[in-house]
Design a protein around this ligand. Structure first.
Ligand SMILES: NC(=O)c1ccc[n+]([C@@H]2O[C@H](COP(=O)([O-])OP(=O)(O)OC[C@H]3O[C@@H](n4cnc5c(N)ncnc54)[C@H](O)[C@@H]3O)[C@@H](O)[C@H]2O)c1
Length: 333
């Protein structure tokens, strides 16, 4: 083929053809329902010039990759590399982890978490070894705890370890509110913060439409409680499903992950509710990760918005932090 190539074209810099290093390589570990949705969404967003896919189920991994490669024409054909060996991930700018460890019959949530941590003890040091400057993006549940685990195991600075946290839920909050108000969600600013679970906090005090604060319109109004409950039910349902086979494809999560990847690789400095080290903020003392509005750019988390909260919102955040802190301490990392 090399001879044929020479007859077809004149390479001005032949070494460059083989030696060029990807500039925006993304790795995804765990190519199940969530991993596939993330991969397709990242490919569609056209932000990565190389994608490495890793999974322990080699046969499935190769089948998924073949489907993506066959559709390469429609995806601006970035290079797709697959292997269960982590050398394939070398020099990634961003590594996302979406592995899923499933609940066995009669198994407690605590034992499931311990098995997740065991899996991370292999995955994270390998990612750190081959891409020491990468940003780690954790998708696996329980996301706030596993992001803490990834931070500890990688030895990376806090700004380079992020969990998807409540970013998909903040997007669905804006979409649900947009349906009620009949206004495009891009004009609605609103955030779900805190732990991904039933105790997440809908920050109604900061919700606004094109700069018009909803609580300024009616100071006695305390938010749309029905909508808050709906969001918290959705989050609780997905948290309950953590560890059990979901069955459906997580497209909203995939799209949301691609949006975060884009912000980081393109250094957009846009604000997203992602899981970040929250020690020292809102009176939180423990080493815990939970979602706060973060400025995302090429360094990962470039900053955290100092969001004014009502007393009840701060109280909710702190009680999640206490619970997360107790679990993190038990892990002894
Ligand atoms: N953050 C969120 O909002 C959110 C929402 C939904 C699901 N999730 C989580 O995403 C994860 C994946 O869910 P899913 O539905 O895709 O599960 P899935 O079972 O469809 O896929 C999991 C994949 O991980 C692979 N895997 C397992 N252990 C591995 C290891 N040690 N190394 C490499 N690959 C490994 C499996 O082979 C499988 O392909 C779960 O933890 C789930 O709870 C997170």
């Amino acid at each position: 083929m090399a001879v044929f190539r020479e007859s077809l074209m004149l390479d001005l810099n032949p070494e460059e053809v083989t030696a060029t290093r990807a500039r925006s390589k993304v790795t995804l570990v765990g190519i199940g329902q969530v991993g596939v949705a993330c991969t397709v969404s990242i490919l569609q967003a056209n932000v990565a010039d190389e994608i490495a896919l890793v999974d322990i189920r080699e046969e499935k991994l190769h089948r998924e990759a073949a489907h993506l490669q066959h559709g390469g024409l429609f995806l601006n054909a970035p290079k797709i590399l697959v292997d269960k060996d982590y050398s394939v991930t070398a020099n990634s700018r961003l590594c996302a982890v979406a592995v899923g460890v499933h609940l066995r019959e009669g198994e407690s949530k605590h034992t499931l978490l311990e098995r997740n941590v065991e899996a991370f003890k292999y995955i994270i040091p390998n990612l750190a070894k081959y891409s020491p400057d990468a940003v780690l993006l954790i998708v696996s549940n329980p996301v706030d705890i596993l992001t803490y685990v990834a931070w500890k195991l990688s030895g990376f600075p806090k700004h380079r370890v992020i969990g998807t946290g409540t970013s998909p839920n903040s997007a669905s909050f804006r979409s649900l509110l947009s349906e009620k108000l009949q206004i495009n969600p891009s004009n609605i600013q609103g955030y779900i913060i805190g732990e991904l679970g039933e105790s997440s906090v809908a920050v109604w005090s900061g919700t606004n439409v094109a700069g018009v604060s909803l609580q300024d319109v009616d100071p006695s109004w305390d938010g749309d409680q029905e909508l808050t409950r709906q969001i918290q039910r959705n989050i609780a349902d997905s948290a309950k499903e953590a560890g059990s086979l979901r069955g459906e494809t997580s497209w909203a999560l995939g799209l949301s992950v691609a949006n975060l990847v884009q912000a980081i690789l393109k250094n957009l400095r846009t604000i997203h509710c992602v899981s970040t080290l929250a020690t020292g903020l809102h009176g939180i003392e423990d080493e815990i990760f939970l979602s706060l509005p973060c400025i995302l750019g090429s360094c990962g988390v470039c900053g955290i918005l100092k969001q004014p909260l009502k007393e009840t919102e701060t109280r909710q955040l702190r009680s999640s932090a206490e619970r997360l802190g107790a679990i993190n301490k038990e892990l002894r990392l």
